[in-house]
Design a protein around this ligand. Sequence first.
Ligand SMILES: CC(C)(COP(=O)(O)OP(=O)(O)OC[C@H]1O[C@@H](n2cnc3c(N)ncnc32)[C@H](O)[C@@H]1OP(=O)(O)O)[C@@H](O)C(=O)NCCC(=O)NCCS
Length: 214
Amino acid sequence: MPALSPELRFPFNGEPHTVFLKNVISRANIEVGDYTYYNDLIDPTAFEDQNVRYHFDFIGDKLVIGKFCALAQGTTFIMSGANHAMTGFSTYPFHIFGETWREGFDERIIFDHIRGDTVVGNDVWFGTNSTILPGVEIGCGAIIGANAMASKNVPPYAVVVGNPGKVVRLRFEQHTIDRLLEIAWWDWPTEKITQNLDAIRGADLTALEKASVV
Ligand SMILES: CC(C)(COP(=O)(O)OP(=O)(O)OC[C@H]1O[C@@H](n2cnc3c(N)ncnc32)[C@H](O)[C@@H]1OP(=O)(O)O)[C@@H](O)C(=O)NCCC(=O)NCCS
C-alpha cells in the first residue's frame, strides 16, 4: 500500500473539515510541515486568514509549524503586528487613520514591540480554541490544552493549560524526552514511520531505539 501523501488537501477520505495545513497556505511568511492538520467545522481552508491574526508582511515575523502537529478548531496564532505602542499616554493607533494623525508618528516604536517568529516543533497537539501569543516557541511533543493561552515558551513534551498558560506536567521523564528529541521519528521517511507505529503509538522506547538505528 502506498504511503499517505502529505500533499493531499483533504486527507481524511476527502472529508471537507480536515486539511493537511501546508496545502492551504499561500503566504510566504507561514511554513507548515508535512502531515500537520487543521480541523474546523466551518472552513479549515481559511486558516491563514482566520486563525493567524495581525500577521503583516511589513513586520516580517514568521509562523513556522513543524510536522505531524494536530490543530483543533479555533487554534489561533496572534502575531507581532497585534501589539499597539504602549509607551505613550494612549495606545490608540492614531497613525493608521489618516494623514494628519500619521504626521510625526515614529514607526520605530512599532518595531520596538516585535517579539519575533512564532515557532512550533513537531508532533504538537493544540486543543480547541488554544491561543498562542507572539514570538512563542513550542517544543516538540507538547500539548496545549483547550482554551489555553500560551504566552511563554513551552518546553518539549510539556502539557500547558490555562490562562496564562502554565506547564502542569511533562509527558515523559526527561531522559525519555531527550532520547525522543534525538531519535526525531518525525524526520523518518513515511514508510519507516508506518512500519514503526506500534513503537510510536505505544510509547515503546526500546523498540523506537532499535528502529532508529536500522
Ligand atoms: C490538556 C489536556 C490534554 C490534559 O489532559 P490530562 O492530562 O488527561 O489532564 P487531566 O484531565 O488529568 O487534568 C489535569 C489538571 O489540569 C486541569 N486541566 C486539564 N485540561 C485543562 C484545560 N484545558 N484548561 C484548564 N485546566 C485544565 C484539570 O482540571 C486538572 O486540574 P487539577 O490537577 O487541579 O485537578 C486536556 O484537558 C485538554 O485540554 N485537551 C484538549 C482537548 C481538545 O480540545 N480536543 C480538540 C479535538 S483534537
